[in-house]
Design a protein around this ligand. Structure first.
Ligand code: FES
Length: 387
């Protein structure tokens, strides 16, 4: 019931009305239910499903795709929802080090609702090499939340995605193709998939089986001439041969492919928002070897660990076995966001921090190289029990 107050000509009349308010309020409170409030609400439960956080997962299958690529399928504790094109972090303890890497999910979003998720990994670098050579069915890993914006956005994107994939960069597009085929997503997908040779193409059989009026795949070989394939690189002429009308470009592959594609795409005069690139992890830098001292505060504990000038601050913490949070390892997600107390650092590439982060002394350890001894406060990674 709404109370309507009328302003009295004499102020003291308002005071009389006010006097009645307290008993009226008591009366209303007495009418209310004394049942305890629910312990949880539907919206919180939904949020837990959408954002399960870190969870432990068992490796249930390993399938070799090419000479240097394997697909790893994990069974998760909880079902979760992700959008085709997103990535998850996969991590475990190797010796004394806590190691994790982000990988684009190659399975369909629907499979994750049944607690299955797969990543396809090319053998290169420390963790991917470990997975390739050592990981076996039954091993336990820690998976992070599905993350990233490398997805079809119906509000922003044209419903025709032209995908440029290089090598293992096909994985997010394979997930998208499956999502279109099973009705989870609704857009047209034209994939230009570049590889050196036919032998290096991942998921050829699977992609061919998904081809439809909505999904088209053009294979482009750079080092081999074969019937049924395009040859050379994915350039403007090739795009014009297969694509017409309006489209959004999404690319995933090595940095050299991005540089080449950027030049070729000028022929289409696309606005910047129509070109989306998946970020690559920051690697080591080419400088003289030198070891700095890193003082790290995590929760109520303080650690002092060595930091190699060639590697990022995040890698230094992981090598020392510290549980530092990370997701994209490319400066994009802000998950590793840490407060710098002292020391100098260099950024890998562009500064992707918010303006306020720079101003108030926050850094992203995943893309910062140490240039002196450093001291920082790092948030605690919320890992599952025992991991
Ligand atoms: S891990 Fe994403 S910004 Fe550092």
């Amino acid at each position: 019931m709404a109370f309507v107050f009328k302003k009295q000509i004499f102020g003291f009349m308002d005071l009389l009305r006010f006097k009645k308010l307290v008993p009226k309020r008591r009366e209303k409170l007495a009418e209310g239910s004394d049942a305890p409030l629910p312990k949880t609400y539907a919206v919180n439960e939904t949020a837990k499903i959408l954002h399960p956080g870190y969870q432990s997962a068992k490796l249930v299958s390993v399938e070799q795709n090419t000479a240097d690529t394997k697909t790893y399928t994990f069974e998760t504790e909880k079902p979760f929802y992700f959008r085709a094109g997103q990535y998850i972090t996969v991590g475990c303890k190797i010796g004394e080090s806590e190691v994790a890497r982000p990988y684009a999910v190659s399975s369909a979003p629907k499979a994750a609702l049944e607690k299955k998720v797969a990543v396809t990994v090319k053998k290169c670098g420390y963790f991917s090499g470990y997975l390739f050579d050592e990981a076996k069915v039954g091993d336990m890993f820690v998976l992070g939340d599905p993350s990233g914006e490398f997805c079809y956005e119906p509000v922003k994107d044209v419903p025709h995605i032209v995908a440029l994939a290089g090598g293992s960069g096909i994985t997010p597009f394979y997930s998208m193709a499956q999502a279109i085929a099973d009705g989870t997503n609704d857009f047209r997908l034209t994939v230009f998939y570049g590889a050196k040779t036919e032998q290096e193409i991942i998921f050829k059989k699977e992609l061919d089986a998904l081809v439809s009026d909505k999904i088209k795949v053009i294979y482009v070989l750079s080092d081999e001439e074969k019937e049924g394939y395009e040859h050379g690189f994915i350039g403007a002429d090739l795009l014009k041969k297969y694509v017409s009308g309006d489209f959004t470009v999404m690319m995933c592959g090595p940095a050299a492919m991005y540089a080449f594609a950027d030049r070729e795409l000028t022929a289409f005069a696309l606005p910047l928002r129509r070109i989306k690139k998946e970020a690559n992890c920051v690697g080591a830098r080419d400088v003289e070897p030198k070891t700095w001292q890193l003082t790290v505060h995590i929760g109520f504990e303080t650690f002092t660990v060595p930091a190699d000038a060639r590697e990022t601050v995040l890698v230094a913490m992981e090598r020392a076995g510290l549980k530092a949070p990370s997701k994209c390892r490319a400066g994009g997600c802000g998950f590793c966001h840490s407060k710098l107390l002292s020391g100098k650092f260099s950024l890998a590439g562009a500064d992707k921090r918010r303006l306020a982060d720079g101003k108030f002394g926050y850094i992203h350890p995943c893309c910062s190289y140490p240039d002196s001894d450093m001291e920082l406060i790092v948030p605690k990674a919320d890992l599952p029990e025992g991991m």
